[in-house]
Write a protein that binds this ligand. Structure first.
Ligand SMILES: [Zn+2]
Ligand SMILES: [Zn+2]
Length: 387
């Protein structure tokens, strides 16, 4: 049966590749992916999926569902389709969409016989606002047995971990004054921002090695002869788990309080993007995926490494069992988040990556739907995570 699924995907590979290539030609930034969401929603509708557009208040999110008559496991695939500024699809999200489209279409016909349900979630803004996190919070994944996607990368690697991330904006409000004639009348908001950076830099020595704190100054005054009455900085704070991250956030907030006390400026702290949770890979599901990938002829599957980035499927992994494996593309010299990586998605190598990803996803979903033993093992492992 798995051979049949593979054959079906192979036969229609050009169509899936065309979806990816069209997305490459029409890159859109996070939460502005109107054309991408329309293209994919129309595609799934034409394939007989029940499509809901603009779900949970996000205009560029969608959900496409298909199911057999028999009840059974519920598999979620994800389409990502946001691009990067200037670089376009340098993260290869066009291929992610095509892989999930291929997997869903390849498996759909089997559902009549094997039962179960597939839902493809179109999830905007992976690079910026992590809409999967909000969908998870709103209960979009309730009832899902296993959720999966594959991401193109430089090498093929098993699903691993990613860092929890919080995006904080620090705004300092001071008082303007002539910087030379009446400096004593001013309260310097830029000084407060610089003091915050200095405090954070002192903190670096005393955090675990997985913690990452990196920021930029977004507002630093308007002219040297005016004491800046407003200055602001944006920071990403990351750690391998939410608990450590929470303690780091508290410490960085205290740095901001120190900067307030020293400068006299007052500080407002807000979250400027949604928080990303760390990814917890479901190992049982991951092993099924890796076995399928190897059966497809992938010889070099690297073991999971500690991810040092943050991905919004991390949030999903705290509510349902998840994998996020990486499929290699190119000659090993590519760097992700570059124009060269984007260009590779529309080559024969990109097509090959698409085929492997789509087939392995569909075959893994098939394994889960057709094995109650696999379902309970996946669930047991997930529950033991949550303890
Ligand atoms: Zn990326
Ligand atoms: Zn990505």
């Amino acid at each position: 049966m798995k051979d049949l699924i593979k054959k079906r995907i192979e036969t229609r590979l050009d169509e899936f590749f065309q979806l990816s290539s069209w997305l490459y030609e029409h890159p859109e930034l996070g939460e502005e992916e109107y054309q991408a969401a329309e293209l994919l929603s129309d595609f799934f509708a034409s394939e007989g999926f029940a499509v809901e557009r603009g779900i949970y208040g996000f205009e560029t999110a969608f959900r496409a569902t298909a199911g057999g008559r028999k009840a059974g496991a519920h598999i979620a695939f994800f389409c990502e389709y946001d691009a990067l500024p200037q670089i376009g699809h340098g993260c290869g999200h066009n291929l992610i969409s095509a892989m999930s489209a291929g997997a869903a279409v390849g498996l759909k016909e089997e559902l009549e016989e094997i039962g179960g349900t597939i839902t493809v979630f179109g999830t905007p803004a992976e690079e910026t606002n992590g809409i999967k996190g909000i969908l998870a919070e709103k209960g979009a994944f309730e009832g899902v047995t296993a959720a999966m996607m594959a991401h193109p990368n430089v090498i093929t690697e098993e699903s691993g971990t990613s860092l929890a991330l919080t995006a904080l904006k620090f705004e300092f409000f001071g008082k303007a004054a002539h910087a030379a004639a009446m400096p004593e009348k001013g309260i310097n908001a830029l000084d407060a921002v610089i003091l915050l950076f200095n405090g954070v830099n002192a903190l670096r020595q005393h955090v675990p090695s997985d913690v990452r704190i990196h920021g930029i100054i977004t507002d630093g005054g308007v002219a040297p002869n005016i004491v800046p009455d407003y200055a602001a900085a944006k920071f990403y704070l990351r750690s391998k788990d939410k608990e450590t991250l929470a303690s780091v956030i508290e410490k960085v907030k205290r740095c901001a309080e120190g900067a307030e006390a020293m400068s006299g400026a007052s500080c407002k702290i807000s979250r400027f993007e949604n928080a990303y949770d760390n990814l917890r890979t479901n190992q049982t599901l991951s092993n099924l995926f890796t076995a399928n990938l190897k059966a497809l002829g992938e010889t070099e599957v690297h073991g999971a490494s500690d991810g040092i980035g943050s991905i919004d499927i991390g949030n999903v992994s705290h509510v349902v069992p998840v994998i996020h494996p990486w499929i290699g593309m190119g000659n090993g010299e590519l760097v992700i988040h570059t124009k060269e990586f984007a260009e590779c998605t529309i080559t024969e190598q990109g097509k090959e990556t698409l085929l492997k990803g789509a087939c392995a996803l569909a075959m893994t979903a098939y394994d889960v739907i057709t094995s109650e033993a696999a379902q309970s093992k996946i669930q047991e492992e997930f529950v033991s995570f949550c303890r």
